[in-house]
Write a protein that binds this ligand. Sequence first.
Ligand SMILES: [Zn+2]
Length: 252
Amino acid sequence: MQIATTIIFFILGTVFGSFFNVVGLRVPEKSLLSEQRSYCDHCRKQLTWRELIPILSYIAQKGRCKECEARISPLYPIMELVTGLLFAFSYYRYGWSPELILGLILIALIIPVTVADLEYRKVPNQLLLFFSPIFIIYRIFYPLDPWWDSLLGAGVALVLLLLIYFLSRGGMGMGDVKYYILFGFIFGLKQFFLLFLLSNIYGVIIGLVKMRMKGTGRKTKLAFAPFIGLAALTVFYFGDAIVLWYMRLINY
Ligand SMILES: [Zn+2]
């Protein structure tokens, strides 16, 4: 039964992923509510239900709009696939539990923020404002141990990130700062430190790979929120195991 449910979560995830793409793309342009249906960004043709099937429609159309042949960004099917895998893995990892709910809310935040940052180089305030009360309510029902660890995590994140924000003189965006603080609240102090460390490791690795590929000298601003999101998911799924492993490492 578990396999069947995991597959259902995967399919549900791809459908939600397709919605999260739209949210990430339209929230920064504030056109989320003005346009009812999905359309081609190039020719504005409304998409039929066939063209809305996650991942498969992209493959069937060979990555192009049926009407105008404009290329569809591979980012969309990739994010649909990633969302499907994350939904499935959240269920697989935590089963029917409060953690599963937290996982789904985290994915609903992280995927649109990732799309928005890759596309527009910003973390939309509207998304952070929408999700903050949801996470606060979640932590009222399912507090960390001790409960004030959330406040400690958010407080330390606030001080640390504001310091980096002012020292880096625009190297880090205010959106990234707020994004980190929200995760400080969700995960508490210890896990926040792990998240902060991991996001920087991911950033450095991808930064080096990109420099290799494009050749040094060309400075393109790297979207950083995807690394914060990836680190948050790593901490959510494996944080306890990593902290435990580290504790053993320094004990012996
Ligand atoms: Zn088109």
